[in-house]
Design a binder for this molecule. Structure first.
Ligand SMILES: NC(=O)c1ccc[n+]([C@@H]2O[C@H](COP(=O)([O-])OP(=O)(O)OC[C@H]3O[C@@H](n4cnc5c(N)ncnc54)[C@H](OP(=O)(O)O)[C@@H]3O)[C@@H](O)[C@H]2O)c1
Length: 460
């Protein structure tokens, strides 16, 4: 065997490879990186044999036709297999073993994370969705929230509760979903996450609704990024933190009885998903300065932003700025991960409820509305320089990790709760969690701070 490559972000593993008579198996070879790597392999080798494993027969035939024109002496075989089903994996392996006594290259492409089809993950785990009650926060046109709701809607939940601060946007989203999936009960729950009284009113409304006795899946997705100047919520809390973390902290705790009830009666996963971001890496939670009144240099060392990373991605360390919009975003996104850790501490062993924090990738939505084009351009350039995929995902692709985290029964936060919690590109991605975002004591500190800020204790 020449190599076993699990290539997520690029296909450079294959491009320098030349040889003849090689046998390669491309799992996920009919789309995305798997497909482009298979093409590179066929172009670069002679008398090779390639096996494309995937689900889309029509697409496979098209690719094979094109590749055979490119390199007529290549033998390319499509094996239809859904690799989420062990039986089909077994059948695919047997088919290859019957033909080959060696495999030189096994290419495992990223899997469902890069699937284009909005509903593919949801369709892989239909029982976790059918007949369930699901909440997604932050639903508006062209958003991750709507794409996430759409994926759930495709598998017939009983009730889909969609929240947002603008009833117009939530209603427009429901109208578009209803035209495709008419047989679902849709509920618009209007709340401004930056306002504790608004969150409390929405939670009370939901709690009083006996037609929705349980909540199986809660996706805390709403968010705001890179507000240019410091703003405080009506409760006197920095707006990004108030919206992205505190509003979700309060809402989740206020409706928790319905989530626990679901876990007691359901055989499929009961989950709380917090949509975080790779951007959390810029800053820990500033416990001594949630509201950005200090220069970063005056913060305790363990609360200071990562200046080096900030300089690399944004062109300036912002070390002198009392407020910087990406630091407030990063603080809130770190809080999203710590909130999942603290929830697992309380809910996993006792009720089997798991919480995951998700990085959806760089997705073309409305999230950049506050950022300057120059800031975005610089960040994208740097990401590309690192050899990472700087291209934007569609909202449908971006929603995949949230949907997977919500429904895949194979996921569980491991014993110490600080591993297995962060999901990106549809897989656990512990390596990309900053140290300050995976500390259980810090998670508890955040829980206590959050209880203080909402002036309510939540004993679970
Ligand atoms: N897009 C990306 O590249 C990316 C990358 C990493 C992480 N994320 C995360 O993904 C999540 C979804 O973002 P998106 O990309 O879909 O952005 P988006 O299109 O801007 O959607 C954000 C949603 O949150 C809602 N929202 C904002 N402030 C709110 C508030 N105070 N109360 C209630 N709802 C509020 C927005 O409503 P309005 O339209 O009414 O403002 C909108 O529905 C966010 O948590 C974001 O941090 C996104």
């Amino acid at each position: 065997m020449v190599s076993i490559a699990t290539v997520r972000e690029n296909n450079s593993a294959i491009t320098g490879l030349y040889g003849s008579g090689l046998v390669a198996v491309f799992v996920g070879g009919t789309s995305g990186i798997g497909e482009s790597t298979a093409r590179a392999f066929i172009r670069s080798t002679q008398a090779s044999r390639a096996y494309l494993i995937g689900r889309d027969q029509a697409r496979a035939h098209q690719i094979i036709g094109e590749l055979q024109q490119l390199n007529p002496d290549a033998q390319i075989t499509f094996i239809r297999s859904d690799v989420s089903l062990l039986r089909e994996v077994d059948e695919a392996c047997r088919a290859i073993q019957q033909q080959e006594d060696k495999v030189n290259i096994l290419f495992l492409s990223p899997g469902v994370g890069t699937m284009n089809g909005r509903d593919e993950i949801a369709a892989a785990f239909p029982h976790g969705i059918q007949g369930k009650n699901i909440i997604v926060t932050g639903v508006s046109p062209n958003s991750l929230g709507l794409a996430t709701a759409d994926a759930f809607a495709s598998q017939s939940p009983a009730n889909l509760i969609l929240t947002g601060r603008s009833s117009e946007k939530v209603e427009a989203s429901i109208t578009s979903l209803r035209s495709k999936y008419p047989n679902i009960q849709y509920h618009a729950l209007i709340m401004d996450l930056a306002s504790q009284s608004s969150v409390r009113a929405a939670a009370a409304k939901l709690n009083q609704d006996d037609s929705i006795p349980t909540i199986d899946i809660l996706v805390n997705n709403a968010g705001v990024m890179a507000i240019q100047a410091l703003t405080l919520s009506e409760d006197g809390i920095e707006t990004t933190f108030a919206t992205n973390h505190l509003g979700h902290f309060l809402f989740t705790n206020l409706i928790l009885a319905k989530i626990i009830k679901a876990a007691r009666t359901s055989s499929t996963p009961t989950r709380i998903i917090n949509v975080s971001s790779f951007g959390h890496q810029f800053s820990p939670v500033r416990f001594s300065d949630i509201n950005f009144s200090k220069r970063p240099a005056d913060l305790p060392a363990d609360e200071r932003p990562d200046f080096e990373k900030t300089e690399f991605f944004t062109g300036s360390s912002h070390s002198e700025d009392t407020y910087y919009g990406f630091f407030s975003y990063a603080q809130s996104k770190t809080a999203n991960i710590l909130f999942s850790i603290a929830l697992n501490q309380r809910l996993w062993a006792k009720y089997g409820i798991a919480s995951f924090a998700v990085h959806p990738g760089a997705v073309g939505t409305n999230i950049n509305r506050h950022a300057t084009p120059a800031e975005i351009e610089q960040a994208v350039k740097r990401v590309a320089e690192l050899g990472l995929d700087a291209s934007s995902k569609t909202p449908e692709q971006g929603a995949n990790s949230s949907v997977l985290a919500a429904v895949d029964p194979g996921l569980s936060p491991v014993d110490d709760e600080v591993k297995g919690v962060y999901i990106a590109d549809c897989r656990v991605d512990d390596a990309n969690v900053a140290g300050f975002a995976k500390n259980r004591h810090v998670a508890e500190k955040l829980w206590a701070l959050s209880e203080g800020l909402v002036q309510q204790k939540f004993e679970i």
